[in-house]
Design a protein around this ligand. Structure first.
Ligand SMILES: [Zn+2]
Length: 352
């Protein structure tokens, strides 16, 4: 059984048993910072070969989540206001909801921004500077595209050459399940050489693909004029920082901030760690973000924001809005904080 299927069952038990509702006041915390990637029509539908579908939600689902937060009494505030609130160490009061989007995809401006504007809901977009330059290898999507359009493939992974037939969606999914984890676990620089070589072999133009899905600097500058929008930094190359030497990790953080500041002519206060899980960002990287001068940084460690986070502003948790769980019932159960309390063994803060 897929892990997501098991999790959905757990969510249902928490929801229908009344546990989530009963324990909401205990675990809900001060608020939630939602994390999104793509917002696009039909987003998150698992149709055919679409291994990255969990990174997408539909504009309609986003609309429903915002409405649901309002109904539940959440205040829709900017990341900056949330950070001020955390710093104030205020307890009690209405919880807040903050919406953030990673990487800087064009669909954010096209489909997400109108939904946010309709609700007067602030949002933050974390920009990876080489993605905005249109030169970044968005390797996880490039790999999907190459598998999708090929009928067979030969790859070098984990020190061996492997051939995969790719005639059916099932064969493509099987190949993905072997290739994707191997590539994800490569050294960050080797990973990019690997996708470059594969793209050349299969005549897949990485740069034009990047430009087709991501906002360029002109579009980002235009979006940043929206008073609801905050632009944050998300490194230069979208590397997992914890896998880099310290000097390289710091350069990734600092240079992305400098590029955005130069392009937009305004300071960049917030940072999001690429991938953002325990493997990709750890204590050293939280210290580097602090040293670079960010007011706060967000991870993808799962959890609600609690008053104790005032001491951990460079390691704020988020709640993923995923195509895999595009159902208000799951969102409501997540917002109770109970699933995170169980997963974190009832610790409010996971910042080590
Ligand atoms: Zn990212």
């Amino acid at each position: 059984m897929e892990q997501s299927t098991i999790l959905k069952m757990v969510f249902d038990v928490l929801h229908y048993s009344g546990a989530a509702a009963a324990l909401r006041p205990v675990f809900r915390g001060s608020g939630a910072i939602f994390c999104l990637h793509h917002v696009c029509p039909g987003g998150g539908a698992k149709t055919g070969f679409s291994p990255n579908y969990q990174l997408e939600v539909s504009p309609d689902f986003l609309n429903q989540v915002i409405s649901h937060c309002v109904t539940r009494g959440y205040e829709l505030i900017s990341l900056g206001d949330a950070v001020e609130r955390i710093k104030s160490r205020r307890k009690g009061g209405r919880p807040f909801a903050v919406f953030t989007l990673d990487d800087g995809y064009r669909d954010n401006a096209e489909y997400a921004a109108p939904v946010f504007r309709k609700h007067g809901c602030p949002y933050a977009v974390f920009v990876t500077s080489r993605i905005a330059d249109g030169t970044c290898e968005i390797w996880w999507r490039a790999l999907e595209r190459i598998l999708a359009r090929s009928s067979s493939i030969e790859v070098n992974i984990s020190g061996r050459t492997v051939n995969f037939a790719l005639k059916t969606d099932l064969e493509k999914a099987q190949a993905w399940s072997e290739i994707f984890p191997a590539v994800k676990n490569m050294d960050e620089y080797e990973q990019r050489r690997w996708i470059l070589a594969l793209s050349e072999k299969h005549k897949f133009d990485l740069a034009s693909y990047c430009r087709s899905v991501a906002m360029g600097w002109t579009e980002i500058a235009e979006l940043s004029k929206d008073p609801l929008c905050t632009i944050g930094a998300h490194t230069v190359n979208h590397f997992a920082l914890a896998r880099l030497p310290r000097v390289d990790a710091y350069r990734e953080i600092q240079d992305s901030r400098a590029s955005i500041t130069e392009r937009l002519g305004r300071p960049v206060e917030f940072f999001a760690y690429p991938y953002g899980d325990h493997v990709a960002a750890a204590r050293r990287d939280f210290e580097l973000a602090e040293r670079a001068g960010f007011s706060a940084s967000v991870t993808t460690r799962k959890g609600m924001v609690h008053p104790d986070h005032w001491q951990h502003l460079q390691a704020l948790p988020r709640v993923m809005l995923s195509g895999r769980y595009q159902n208000l019932r799951y969102v409501d159960t997540l917002l109770s904080g109970l699933p995170f309390a169980l997963a974190n063994r009832f610790r409010h803060v996971d910042a080590g």
